[in-house]
Design a protein around this ligand. Structure first.
Ligand SMILES: Cc1cc2nc3c(=O)[nH]c(=O)nc-3n(C[C@H](O)[C@H](O)[C@H](O)COP(=O)(O)OP(=O)(O)OC[C@H]3O[C@@H](n4cnc5c(N)ncnc54)[C@H](O)[C@@H]3O)c2cc1C
Length: 410
């Protein structure tokens, strides 16, 4: 009774999708999760509307939107199961969706639509789902003739399985079920790990140095943001959000995945304006205070914060010395600042690093340990903001589900 073709641990995005596809291939599938509530990350994703894929994922170079020690590893799975494949499934289930920004597809109604779809696919595949079921230990069966390779001791009894799929995700948002179990299991079977750290996460700054900007909390504006040196520079044009402790918003989340501790980020707060020329022009023409002049082309709170920091700027535009104007131009269009850290896993959307792809097959997601597979975020593949992480979950799950060995003959 407790013998399975495949046991999948983790009923999130990758685990649910893998279970449905494998079940519909005729495999006897058990999907288990230690949480009582399944798919919590899908539920909270995309502000409750789940940004489930991205239409701009480049079929010729899908790795462009992903970070990994081996950037090419994800190419095989992503090019075999594409955003269009997932869109077809969403449409088959009659789920309404829309494109928001830069190819990002969101549900019109709720992320629950995607969860219901994945559960319906599992039901169509006859998948058995057990929630509130923790795995206490995993043993590999050593007898060469055994039809099953692994024995799992769980809080709901012992289980035998031919294949074991780990879909336990990353470390972000621990309060909704994230755990390091997948990484520990990888280590148990001598698979290598790439160091983990929070990604797509707000950046924080030194309390005292941040004081002049803390008053800007809640202000959002489009910026150019970059980090890295000439050899590895990353640049995004996206929105920035000031917070009480630092910076957030899509631009900052994107850059945070590339940011190295101790290094600076550079911001262009007025990307569509030639700032030095505009300030010189104001100096020649305007009789207004510089702060008021500035507030006609940047948000007034931002203008106040910058002018408030330098007495030389608190005059009419015509009276401000060129040196102070040049300093202001530099501050607005090339603001260089060094974060002290990040908001950590409590606020991160993803975990960078994970199971080292050198120990996994990019075709099947099977590890060097026969019969043991890793899919989704637990693997060292991290996508950009914008639906790329779910597309990796679907694509890696599909690669695995279609490669799993056939049913155990009775
Ligand atoms: C706030 C937020 C918003 C996001 N929005 C988006 C978005 O709109 N678009 C996008 O592409 N990505 C988004 N992401 C990222 C995306 O949610 C993840 O990359 C994706 O869910 C990873 O899928 P997964 O199946 O690998 O892991 P998960 O979906 O995290 O699933 C892992 C499952 O494993 C279970 N589990 C963990 N440990 C154990 C254990 N020891 N035993 C049994 N079960 C276990 C967990 O309970 C969970 O159900 C968001 C993330 C967050 C935090």
């Amino acid at each position: 009774m407790n013998t399975w073709d495949v046991v999948i641990v983790g009923a999130g995005a990758a685990g649910l999708f893998c279970a449905g596809v494998a079940g519909q291939r005729g495999l006897k599938v058990l999907l288990l999760d230690h949480s009582d509530k399944l798919a919590e990350k899908i539920r909270i994703s995309g502000g409750g509307r789940c940004n489930f894929t991205n239409r701009l994922l480049d079929a010729a170079a899908p790795q462009k939107h992903f970070i990994s020690q081996n950037p090419h590893f994800c190419r095989s799975a992503l090019s075999r199961y594409t955003p269009q494949d997932f869109i077809d499934l969403v449409q088959k289930h009659g789920i309404a969706f829309h494109e928001k920004h830069k190819g990002q597809l969101f549900c019109d109604h709720s992320a629950e639509d995607i969860i219901r779809m994945l559960l319906a696919e599992c039901e169509a595949g006859g998948v058995t789902i057990r929630s509130g079921c923790g795995v206490q230990s995993v043993r590999s069966n050593t007898e060469a003739t055994a039809p099953t390779r692994y024995t799992l001791t769980t809080t709901q009894g012992e289980m035998q399985t031919k294949a074991l799929v780990v879909a336990t995700g990353g470390l972000s948002i621990p309060k909704i079920g994230a755990s390091d179990w997948g990484y520990r299991l990888a280590s148990q079977f001598d698979l290598r790990l790439v160091e983990r750290k929070p990604g797509l996460v707000p950046l924080t700054f030194d309390g005292a140095a941040w004081t002049p900007y803390a008053q800007l909390a809640g202000l959002a504006l489009p910026v150019g943001i970059e980090t890295g040196d000439k050899k590895a520079r990353m640049h995004f044009d996206e929105d920035l959000l000031f917070t009480h402790r630092g910076l957030s918003g899509p631009g900052v989340l994107q850059i945070s995945s590339y940011w190295q501790e101790g290094s600076p980020i550079r911001l262009n707060l007025v990307p569509d304006v030639n700032v030095p020329a505009r300030l010189q022009e104001a100096k020649l023409r305007s009789k207004k205070l510089l702060g008021n002049e500035l507030a006609t082309w940047v948000p007034s709170r931002l203008a106040e914060a910058w002018v408030g920091q330098d007495a030389a700027l608190q005059r009419t535009a015509a009276e401000v010395p060129d040196k102070a104007l040049n300093k202001l131009a530099e501050a607005l269009s090339n603001w260089c600042l060094t974060p002290t850290g990040t908001e950590g896993y409590k606020k991160a959307e993803v975990t960078l690093g994970g199971v080292d792809t050198r120990d996994l097959s990019s075709q099947t997601m099977e590890s060097k340990q026969p019969g043991l597979y890793f899919i989704g975020e637990v693997v060292d593949v991290t996508g950009w903001l914008g639906g790329y992480n779910f597309q990796w979950a679907w694509a890696s799950a599909h690669a695995c589900a279609t490669a799993l060995p056939g049913p155990i003959s009775n």
